[in-house]
Design a protein around this ligand. Sequence first.
Ligand code: SF4
Ligand code: SF4
Length: 68
Amino acid sequence: MGPFLTPVLINTGWCKKCGICVEFCPCQVLAMETGNVPYVIAPDKCTRCRLCELLCPDFAVTLTSKSA
Ligand code: SF4
Ligand code: SF4
């Protein structure tokens, strides 16, 4: 495993591209382009608040386990 671990995983099969996780992340960790699933643009800003995971209507967001 490399040194980078994304704080958030998006299940691309479940994501309906609604953008809620991008809009409500208080730290601008996520970004998305029209018609695509969100992606992690600023992993270092994530406070692991879990808001994205809680708000996703399709349970497509999962916080990863914290790296050592
Ligand atoms: S909230 Fe869930 S369904 Fe909506 S864009 Fe984010 S991951 Fe996809
Ligand atoms: S856990 Fe919180 S800070 Fe991290 S991506 Fe989700 S909403 Fe943003």
